[in-house]
Design a protein around this ligand. Structure first.
Ligand code: MN
Length: 382
């Protein structure tokens, strides 16, 4: 993993060169407490193995301060963490006076309906409007350059490409990396970046960051959620954001057509009790025809797997979503006893141990068989 250079020698977190000498208003007493024995580390993401080093943070902060224009990009078919992180940074850099664009490499570029409330979307430009050779590009939540879609060539041509991410599978592309596999969301790293840039959290920025953290922690339910995650949520809520409305849009709002697609997917689901050395696999598929029949967009079914994975009989869940050209996009989840990132890597994909994906050009039956063969238990079931 990247960012494993010289650490801060175990020293307590200190205000670093380049950061404001006086803590900004959002850094309240105790927010930067030293990480002593038994004390959970605060929002600082340096000084811990696997986290970005002080040097990495300082280099990136310096590059942002020097840049006359900055392009902020996230992965294709963005989720709340990807787009929320990019827009939060966009709003922050605009407040510093930077020329800033936000983009992602889909054509057409569609913001999912569940994220239409995100502030800062006036910063969004199509991939074609991003310079061919950006001065400074920052990617958010992009585990692999392939996930930049149409923006990949421009990213690789950028004078500087900063990769801000929390995927364990991130191989460290770009010229600079701020990667922390322990961070529950990329938005957590953005919070730290904005603190180091001296940008206070306002309600709009906080709405973007809260959306990112809430999305990737499953509303603060997943294992990567820590006291520091809740401490961040506390600071975000203190700006007056409407977490109730954000939650309703993220989790409790779907079209009727989606419910019909979900019903068909559940009806089609199969339980394979013998898979993953007897830990079990539940899987289903969503044909593109179902989306057409019910007027549902591909991005609307990203959360469908969260219903399928409720099956108590299965450690692993797989949902295969068919694209118009027949390509299958596989999403998988595990409950702690199987590393689905490893299984997906065997099919050319990647992600987190508990949530990963891949793309397949084989049939549904062949794809499920290959995925099933790649499943291996990593430890006792929790
Ligand atoms: Mn993420």
């Amino acid at each position: 993993m990247t960012g494993t250079g010289p650490q801060a020698q175990g020293a307590p977190a200190t205000i670093v060169a380049g950061a404001p000498a006086v803590p900004s208003p959002r850094v309240g007493p105790g927010a930067r407490r030293a990480a002593g024995p038994g004390v959970t580390e605060g929002p600082d993401h340096s000084g811990r193995p696997g986290a970005p080093t002080e040097q990495a943070w300082n280099t990136v902060v310096g590059a942002i301060r020097r840049a006359s224009s900055v392009d902020l990009v996230c992965h294709v078919m963005p989720d709340g963490d990807a787009l929320g992180s990019a827009l939060a940074t966009g709003l922050a850099l605009r407040s510093l006076g930077s020329e800033v664009r936000v983009s992602f490499g889909d054509d057409p570029q569609i913001v999912p309906g569940s994220l239409e409330f995100l502030p800062g979307q006036d910063l969004l430009v199509p991939a074609a409007a991003v310079p061919d050779r950006p001065e400074l590009m920052i990617s958010f939540d992009v585990a692999d350059a392939h996930r930049l879609g149409l923006l990949r060539d421009k990213a690789e041509a950028a004078t500087a490409l900063v990769v801000v991410d929390h995927h364990a599978s991130n191989g460290g592309f770009g010229t600079h990396q701020l990667i922390d596999p322990a961070a529950p969301a990329t938005a957590v790293l953005v919070d730290e970046l904005l603190r180091r840039l001296g940008v206070p959290l306002d309600r709009e920025i906080a709405t973007c960051l809260y959306t990112g953290v809430a999305t990737d922690t499953g509303s603060f339910r997943y294992a990567a959620t820590t006291p520091a995650t809740h401490e961040l949520a506390s600071r975000l809520l203190a700006t007056g954001l409407r977490h109730d409305l954000i939650s309703r849009r993220l989790w409790d709002t779907q079209s009727f057509g989606y419910l019909k697609v979900l019903a068909a997917a559940l009806d089609r689901a199969e339980l394979d009790r013998e898979a993953a050395a007897g830990l079990g696999l539940v899987w289903t598929t969503v044909p593109h025809a179902d989306l057409l029949a019910h007027g549902v967009l591909p991005e609307e079914i990203e959360g469908l797997i969260d219903v399928v994975r409720k099956a108590s009989e299965a450690e692993v869940t797989l949902v295969l979503k068919e694209d118009p050209d027949g390509t299958l996009r596989g999403s998988s989840r595990a409950k702690g006893a199987v590393d689905v990132a490893a299984a997906c890597a065997a099919l050319g994909g990647g992600g987190h141990a508990y949530a990963a994906g891949f793309t397949s050009h084989d049939s549904v039956a062949d794809t499920v068989a290959r995925f099933r063969a790649a499943l291996a238990p990593t430890g006792p079931r929790p």
